[in-house]
Design a binder for this molecule. Structure first.
Ligand code: BYC
Length: 324
């Protein structure tokens, strides 16, 4: 008589599939911890996209010309879309939209620290595209190879759009760096404020990262926080140098022997303060989300009422067809 496989046999089979590079799909057996880690990461990622709409969204009405306004409008709209794909991906693991949104609105859920810094002027929009989207792409191209199918496929689409976001930022920074002295000074000021928060996006150093080891084992993450951060610095430092802009780190220098840049130490006290809710804009960001959620209540009610009415009508039609 055939016996049902034990949990340890299921785990071995699961880890063999991962080692062979197979994707895990929603209906497949997976350890509870794999599911939990993915829900945590994907929902935090979704929240980051949604909260990330706020710092840039504030500048749509103040864009310097129509072309810039159209680009920013499309970018912020894409971010809303990314949030939707990601909430859907987390739903395939059993998380509900209501509980994820509730966790965000009550301040229980984390989202990327970088969105708790203020956007002070228009140059910030270019520098966010260059640095923040540049950092996000480094992380997300890695996640496109994640072992969980729905997350990796969402990432493929998101990365395609993110690469436009990155390019529009670079194009803007190039124009300002090569523009008037005032424009160059604005770009430099924005880099001074966004450089370190961008490096913090990759998370704590590997030695302090709680989740990296297990996530790498299950191929949720394919590179560590420090490896990705290094790749970002190596890609970005020469671009700044080419444009005559200065990265605000006196310890940043090319290390010939290692074939990569050395760079200074992140202010981890600042990082953890922001992650724990005490950054410059944490309260403001949550208040904006709560306000939007409350203002959108009638839309959700109307959508639910429509869905109920439609399904009642469909059932009536089915009965009529059966009778006929
Ligand atoms: N901010 O063990 P660790 C975008 C938390 S949005 C806040 O290393 P892990 C865009 C971490 O969650 C792109 N919290 O964790 C949108 C954990 O806490 P919990 C956002 C952070 O998961 C609009 C604890 O610290 N991208 O592109 O192995 C406009 C220990 O960390 C941060 C994603 O969300 C942080 N920076 O690695 C423009 C990518 N760092 O959960 C652009 C998906 C760490 O135990 N996420 N923490 O309470 C990831 O790749 C990984 O979760 C991280 C952290 C690399 C962020």
């Amino acid at each position: 008589m055939e016996q049902n496989p034990t949990d340890s046999q299921k785990l071995t089979a699961f880890e063999t599939r991962i080692a062979q590079g197979e994707k895990i799909e929603p209906g497949d057996w997976m350890p509870d911890e794999y599911r939990r880690q993915l829900i945590r990461m994907i929902s935090q990622h979704a929240h980051s996209e949604i909260v990330g709409m706020l710092p840039e969204g504030a500048w749509i009405t103040r864009a310097p010309n129509l072309r810039r306004k159209m680009i920013l409008l499309a970018k912020v709209q894409d971010e809303g879309g990314h949030g939707q794909y990601l909430y859907h991906a987390a739903e395939t693991l059993g998380a509900t939209r209501e509980e994820m949104v509730e966790a965000l609105l009550t301040g229980k859920a984390k989202y990327s620290s970088v969105f708790n810094y203020p956007t002070l002027n228009w140059a910030d929009i270019g520098v966010i595209g260059w640095l923040v989207d540049g950092a996000a792409i480094k992380n997300q191209t890695m996640l496109a190879r994640c072992s969980y199918g729905p997350y990796s496929r969402a990432m493929v689409r998101i990365c395609a759009e993110e690469s436009f976001h990155h390019k529009q930022g670079k194009e803007m920074v190039i124009q300002y760096a090569l523009g008037t002295p005032e424009q160059k000074a604005m770009a430099q000021d924005a880099i001074n404020r966004w450089w370190w928060p961008s490096l913090m996006m990759f998370g704590p150093n590997d030695k302090d990262s709680q989740h990296t080891e297990q996530s790498m084992k299950w191929k949720i993450k394919r590179l560590t926080n420090d490896e990705l951060r290094q790749r970002f610095v190596d890609a970005t430092a020469p671009q700044a140098e080419f444009l005559g802009l200065t990265i605000p780190d006196p310890d940043l220098k090319w290390n010939e022997e290692k074939g990569q840049y050395d760079f200074g130490t992140i202010n981890w006290d600042e990082f953890w303060a922001v992650v724990k809710g005490n950054g410059p804009c944490n309260r403001q960001r949550l208040q904006a989300r709560v306000k939007a959620h409350e203002a959108g209540a009638w839309v959700r009610e109307a959508a639910m009422a429509y869905a109920e009415k439609r399904s009642a009508r469909e059932n009536e039609l089915k009965k009529e067809v059966q009778v006929a």
